[in-house]
Design a protein around this ligand. Sequence first.
Ligand code: ISC
Length: 463
Amino acid sequence: MGENAMLTSAQETVWEHLVDAIAKAYTGAPLTNEPGVRCIYTTVKFSGYLASLTNWHTLEPAVYSLPHNSECETLGIGVFKQILESNEDALERCRTRLSELALPRGVRCYGAFAFDFTEPSFGIWSAWPKAIWFVPKLTLRKRLDEDSLEVLYIASPGTDERDVRADVADLLDAHAAASGQASADHPLFAEAEDRATWSDKVGRALREIAAGKLRKVVLARRAFASVNRSLSEALQQLMGTYRDSHIFAMHWQDRWMLAASPEELVRVQAGTLSVDCLAGSARRGRDPEEDQNLRLQLQTSAKNRAEHEAVVHSVTNRLESVAEQLTWPQEPGIRQLTNVQHLYTKVEGRLREGCSLLDAAICLHPTPAVAGVPDAAAISFIKAHEGWPRGFYTGGFGWMDGDGNGQINVSLRSAFIHYPNACMFAGCGIVAGSDASTEWEESEWKLAPMRTALGDCREEDAT
Ligand SMILES: C=C(O[C@H]1C=CC=C(C(=O)O)[C@@H]1O)C(=O)O
């Protein structure tokens, strides 16, 4: 599908105001502690959603974020600084390089990383490095209930007011013509995964579990979609239906990652850390009574409790090295989402002195909510039997600032899009007693947010 790069007159006005307001705010904008770099802050009237700005999704690189615990949408466009890593120690290298960025107050870095840094083949994701972090040149923030945009533009050294005007106009225009083109050839998006393949994979996992080699392994399937919506439309659809999740999109190399993830790998705010343990799932009921029954069944199901306990046990143990004063409820609660409900435990604590958000992410990733137990055996089972590289699915995405605050979600309920095609992902924890057909159904509920957002009109890949 080709995306419309034409601006409507209302949107044209917003962009024009934006260029104007940034140029005007140049004089008097504070210099940062980096020589010659200025952070230009201003505001612009705008009453719609940021996600509805019709041509922003043709710009790249770009990032969109609406966390479920926030009323504030953020849109980042262009690159002031970037960190790209693909080696086996990509996350460790990102940690070092991110700590050296010395971000000015209020400036955030956004990014995402893959599930597995040792995987030599990256499949449909091969145009991307394995970890991408960038500080946008232009960041727009908007509270959903307000009608003005907070604007931050980072001007490079040596720019004057005239350059800034030209630079911003260029940033908002340069890539519009090149992107959003329907790419004709997508052979990598052609292989379907059917129920028989899934059952075979689950069967192999159950045999390893019976042989005592694994206790839990999270197996995923992928489904392909023909995308019938622009990214703007997809995001607005998710905003309407899945505000219980962190809605996130990143545009890189003409490809998109889109996610509506309910699970926070780690969040840090003023030294307080929290981690979501989500594992064990049931569908939502068709009426309140059925919903309540399914919820009770989930809470009392030994299989789901074992699946969940594996995550809580591993997360609390691993966190010891980076956090203290850890607390969590002894009984799991329930996290109800639009499409599915999960057993849920929130673990909270304080980051240890000298430890960072990324230290916590490194020690937690991948949790048994996306890999399994024992860790190493589960990861090698996934690599040997899942059948395709996960790429950024079950990796992480999020943001961080210069004060050490930030939030990284697990890339669940996500899709990789190369217009007009997309690949959507969903996985299920397999433990003793799991049934392939029930797990397939579960994966279908988990695919629902992306299927609906993308307006997928293909039949289910099942045959
Ligand atoms: C791997 C996924 O979900 C994980 C997170 C929550 C519940 C899960 C489960 O019940 O199987 C999975 O461990 C996915 O959505 O793709």
